[in-house]
Design a protein around this ligand. Structure first.
Ligand SMILES: [Zn+2]
Length: 109
């Protein structure tokens, strides 16, 4: 398995911090709260992508445009795990509504 899933107790209003450089990659004190550092591969919710790196998108079986074009049948977790990307971490946090999650992908260093 190329990815490692880490279930976090981060809530929808907490910042999400990079495990490698401690940068807040989701920072609610910023107007643009998505603040990826160089270790971030993607930031996504079950409803769609908030950020994705070019490198990670190329490793996915479908492009983000394709995925969003068919988002009525979106299984975000499946899209994020059926990739050819070698080694990565997925931090899953609960959005606290409708069983939705946010997923943040980090490279392994
Ligand atoms: Zn980082």
């Amino acid at each position: 398995m190329a990815y490692q899933l880490i279930q976090t107790d981060i809530t929808a209003i907490d910042n999400i911090v990079c495990p490698h450089c401690q940068h807040a990659v989701v920072d609610w004190s910023e107007e643009q709260y998505v603040q990826p550092c160089e270790h971030v591969l993607f930031i996504a919710m079950d409803l769609g992508f908030e950020y994705i790196s070019d490198e990670f998108e190329q490793s996915m079986s479908r492009s983000v445009d394709e995925i969003h074009a068919h988002d009525d049948q979106l299984n975000m977790f499946e899209e994020l795990t059926q990739t050819s990307y070698p080694n990565y971490l997925i931090y899953r946090s609960d959005l606290g509504a409708q069983n939705l999650s946010r997923y943040v992908g980090f490279i392994q260093v």
